[in-house]
Design a protein around this ligand. Sequence first.
Ligand code: FAD
Length: 298
Amino acid sequence: MNPLNELIVRTLPFVPKKVIRHFASRYIAGEKLEDAISVVKKLNEQKKLATIDVLGENITSESEAIEALNTYKLVLNTIKENNLNSDLSIKLTQLGLKLDYDFCYSNVEELVKLAKQLNNIVEIDMEDSSTTEATLKIYKELRSKYDNVGVAIQAYLKRSESDIKSLLPLKPRIRLCKGIYIEPETIAFKRKELINHNFKHLLNILLQSDAYTCIATHDEELINEAYRLIAEYNLTDDKFEFQMLLGVRPELGNRIVSDGHKLRIYVPFGEHWYAYSMRRFRENPQIAGYVFKSIFTR
Ligand code: FAD
């Protein structure tokens, strides 16, 4: 980490919570499900799809996992009742991945089954590299039974090409993103040029395959490359969509929509917004830089 970023990250815990909240409010729908629902309604009015995420990860007891499972079920039912165009994004460590594999699998299967009944989709986020193997195992097992489940793949991981190739026979739904966690150089590309190079390479593989590809980035260089490949392979929108985070580069998102492409916005909500924001700032000092910029340019 460069010294400036290190300084920023070390200073963040001393920034008043209400300042962090002010900053985070752009990126987080709010604390309650109603907050997420009203954000999704607005996005749908702008012809944007959504994926709702309930903040939280790394729970330490089965009761917390069951609580998260019940909240996710409520989210799926509420999406249906309100006739919203939104799917669900989940983190496996919130559903017990670090407690017990089978317990986690059955929680996720319950959600995917409910989503299937409601004609919806569950997207599995990819967390840090200690969870990659188990996450892909759960995904493969589920995908062999259900067609309404997706998984994220991180372009910064050196293993991702071989992971994608092992998933392709399942006609997977894959969200390709750069990756947000701090990983060692032995397993991950660290420099932006290398991550972008791998992202483009993986995107090229995905867009030529039977996968449904979710292109999750705000990086114009990568979005331009996606546009190029989509034109080159003459792809229709049943093969891909773009995805962005709530509050990040909305003008770029508007352009994607006005170009006639599908765009899905990741909408996180929940009481754990402070811990989530701080973790993300620590994990990605570049984001911490945005906090400081927003504090000093208000
Ligand atoms: P960057 O080079 O980081 O950003 C490009 C430009 O976008 C920046 O120059 C800046 O202008 C802007 N920007 C990016 N982030 C922010 C921000 N927070 N605030 C303000 N401006 C910003 N990662 C995982 O590890 N696992 C996941 O499951 C996962 N799911 C994701 C789902 C979606 C829908 C998206 C969009 C991202 C997801 N990510 C996930 C995060 C992803 O891996 C990246 O860390 C993140 O998207 C930033 O990378 P970028 O491709 O936008 O490129």
